[in-house]
Design a protein around this ligand. Structure first.
Ligand code: BDR
Ligand code: CA
Length: 319
């Protein structure tokens, strides 16, 4: 299996993505690092330990990282999206495993070095930890095989402002740094994550699956469904932001359209702060491929991921 590190802000959809990764034989989850976003970095790390325990992966090191943005601001927690504590208000037993003593930044760098150039990274949260890791180890892009980032909005509206998506918009300076670092980067924006949806029928199947993993996913998704139904979707269900990015990172979701584009982030203080600026002139005006392209940007997927995900989460974990 391919070694993979997930940097996240667990978070309901981060948790579902992690459960999916744990049950996917093609990848070996080597470490998980957390950052403030949906909840605090420490709470996200605790949530991650609890999720890993249900998935039978107490052995995976989990380290908490940045609690503020690169500029030092404290981000508001998104309890209205992910519930009190980040997992939809679902109470789980205290995790048996302890947190790794390292800072997330050091766990990222150590894990990359140990994997000898093979490590793949999945980032599903504000990009502060990765920006700090790049500052500390500028050769990180050479130590990593590829990185997949859930974030941004190209033609789709934002979700924390008219134009900014949460993972990019909650630390624009960090995102700008990570996007321009020169690695093999795939960006999974709201344009696709808002269109691959779970429904209440999926959730009921998860709850009835008899697998602890399926049940946990079904339980935490309840809150997420209510949020989506009230604010973002015309039915009871949810987007699949972080799980879809995981599916793409693993290679089980093959994008239908993923042009290589030059992408940057608006870091000015103003109405567009945190917006992804993607040069789509090639697509719309027929410009030739941009020589300065720095990311493959997923603009279309085939809609089959929700079913694949639900089936996978049925599997009983190894224990
Ligand atoms: C992203 O923001 C978070 O709330 C989700 O976990 C996802 O990573 C979507 O904009
Ligand atoms: Ca997330």
């Amino acid at each position: 299996p391919r070694p993979l590190l997930m940097d996240c802000d667990t978070g309901i959809d981060d948790a579902v993505a992690l459960l999916y990764l744990c049950l996917t034989p093609a990848v070996d989850v080597r470490a998980v690092t957390t950052v403030a976003g949906n909840t605090s970095a420490e709470r996200a790390a605790r949530n991650t330990l609890q999720v890993l325990e249900v998935a039978g992966r107490r052995d995976v090191p989990v380290a908490a990282g940045a609690g503020t943005t690169l500029r030092g601001e404290t981000r508001p927690e998104a309890a209205f999206v992910h519930g009190e504590g980040g997992l939809g208000g679902v109470a789980l037993p205290a995790p048996a495993a302890a947190m790794d003593r390292r800072h997330a930044v050091d766990l990222i760098i150590d894990t990359a070095r140990e994997a000898g150039g093979e490590l793949e990274i999945l980032a599903t949260a504000p990009l502060t930890n990765l920006a700090l890791a790049l500052r500390k180890e500028p050769r990180l892009p050479q130590l990593v095989r590829r990185i997949t980032v859930m974030g941004g909005a190209v033609h789709h509206p934002g979700n924390i402002s008219p134009v900014a998506e949460a993972n990019i918009g909650n630390d624009p300076e960090a995102a700008a740094l990570v996007l321009s670092a020169g690695w093999d980067l795939t960006l999974v924006p709201l344009d696709v994550t808002m269109r691959e949806n779970l429904t209440e029928a999926h959730r009921q199947r998860l709850l009835a699956s008899g697998s602890p993993v399926g049940r946990l996913a079904g339980e935490i998704l309840d809150f997420y469904f209510t949020f989506h139904e009230e604010t973002a979707l015309p039915f009871r269900g949810s987007a699949l932001h972080d799980p879809l990015a995981a599916g793409i990172a693993v290679g089980e979701v093959v994008p239908k359209t993923a042009p290589r584009l030059a992408v940057t982030v608006d870091t000015a203080d103003g109405a567009a702060r945190g917006a992804l600026v993607a040069d789509t002139r090639g697509i719309h005006l027929g410009y030739p491929t941009q020589p300065d392209a720095n990311a493959a940007v997923v603009l279309e997927t085939d809609g089959t991921f929700p079913e694949l995900l639900v089936e996978r989460l049925f599997r009983t974990p190894a224990g």
